[in-house]
Design a protein around this ligand. Structure first.
Ligand code: NAD
Ligand code: IPM
Ligand code: MN
Length: 361
């Protein structure tokens, strides 16, 4: 049996708690589908700083590039908020993305019928919501040079090359082909030079995908449309920082940031992490929602290991647990009982196995 090596980077805050449940689900999937996963844990973020004074220690860097897939919790620790940039947990995450060259970040947002009431939006806006944010992940403001501080002046630089725009645009158009065949490219081309290049380049790439409709939207209007008429969107293609902001906004549609998964893809092993952060106030209290991390496992199986059937089983188990009424605090309605992080993991694991039994029937 082929061994599948998974580098597990639990990280900080609620990261270790949600990743513990995600790993349990992967183990259950391994048992059900006869797969041999090998898990090895490595430090990142504040955990890396504590251990090796480095938010992406060498041991982690060496391991991830030789793995079949990387599963990450979250990084971030308020104790390091004032630390120099090279010691910030977030610096470790950005370095990891760059090391793995994972330029395309897929952030799917679908309405789960059981959770319609968990969203603050009116139900009539939510019907038919099923969108995919394709966020460029290794360029833009996060990485541009020069950057830094000079007395009372601070600088960050927004840079994109045609090649960087082309490759992520191709991911978006290819994804649209398996969906509703609409790409909404989000930019600020009425102001920014970089956005003008973005728009021209995406328009050029669209010619290779004549069966996919392309529309352009300014980021301010797109932010409004995301909550005003979210069902009108399919694939939302955008640059690094716009994608960061719009994907958290999109989490409101689903009901909680704790539900959203992501897959970051490039030429080598993929990086799989929930969209949420380390949520320091929730850490260590068994209240965080592990579904974002568990749905991330489904993306790891689907895109990282090409195991679609196993991925479907995880998605079905999440849906079954929610349909049966399992709610963590963030998605429970007022007065509705809620369960903890570990118990939500239990419920989903049970459904991974009961799904196998139903499959036989
Ligand atoms: P956050 O995502 O940690 O939390 C935002 C809000 O969502 C909070 O109200 C939190 O309670 C809630 N939330 C998040 N995850 C949840 C879950 N699984 N279940 C229930 N509720 C959940 O964002 P923040 O508070 O702005 O940032 C905290 C730290 O996390 C910062 O250091 C930030 O840099 C870092 N961060 C890391 C990542 C990552 O590692 N990928 C992503 C975002 C933020
Ligand atoms: C995310 C986070 C990160 C980002 C931070 C922690 C660097 O917000 O993954 O969405 O902005 O990419
Ligand atoms: Mn973010």
């Amino acid at each position: 049996m082929k061994r599948l090596s998974i580098a597990v980077l639990p990280g900080d805050g609620i990261g270790p708690e949600v990743i513990a449940q995600a790993v349990r689900v992967l183990e259950a999937v391994g048992e059900r589908f006869d797969l041999c996963f090998e898990f090895a844990r490595y430090p990142i973020g504040a955990a890396g700083v504590a251990l090796a004074n480095d938010p992406l220690p060498a041991v982690t860097r060496n391991a991830v590039v030789h793995s079949d897939a990387v599963l990450l919790g979250a990084v971030g620790d308020p104790a390091l908020d004032g630390a120099p940039r090279e010691l910030r947990p977030e610096t470790g995450l950005l370095a990891l993305r760059k090391l793995l060259k994972v330029y395309a970040n897929l952030r799917p947002v679908a309405m789960r019928p059981a959770l319609l009431a968990a969203s603050p939006l009116k139900a009539d806006r939510l019907h038919g919501v099923d969108l995919l944010v394709v966020r460029e992940l290794t360029g833009g403001l996060y990485y541009g040079e020069p950057r830094g501080r000079n007395g009372t002046t601070a600088v960050n630089t927004l840079v994109y090359t045609t090649a960087e725009i082309e490759r992520v645009a191709r991911v978006a158009f290819a994804a649209a082909r398996d969906r509703k065949r609409l790409v909404t490219s989000v930019d600020k081309a009425n102001v920014l030079e970089v956005s003008q290049l973005w728009r021209e380049t995406v328009t050029k790439i669209a010619r290779d995908y004549p069966d996919v409709r392309l529309e352009h939207a300014y980021v301010d209007t797109a932010a409004m449309r995301l909550v005003a008429e979210p069902a009108s969107l399919d694939v939302v293609l955008t640059e690094n920082m716009f994608g960061d902001i719009l994907s958290d906004e999109a989490a409101v549609l689903a009901g909680s940031l704790g539900l959203l998964p992501s897959a970051s893809l490039g030429p080598g092993p993929g990086l799989f992490e929930p969209v949420h952060g380390s949520a320091p106030p929730l850490a260590g209290r068994d209240v965080a929602n592990p579904i974002g991390a568990i749905a991330t496992v489904a993306l790891l199986l689907r895109h990282g290991l090409r195991l679609a059937e196993a991925a479907d089983a995880v998605d079905a188990a999440i849906a079954a647990a929610l349909d049966a009424g399992a709610r963590t605090r963030d998605i429970a309605l007022p007065g509705e009982p809620s369960i903890g992080t570990a118990e939500m993991g239990d419920r989903i694991v049970e459904h991974v196995f009961s799904g196998a039994v139903e499959g036989l029937a």
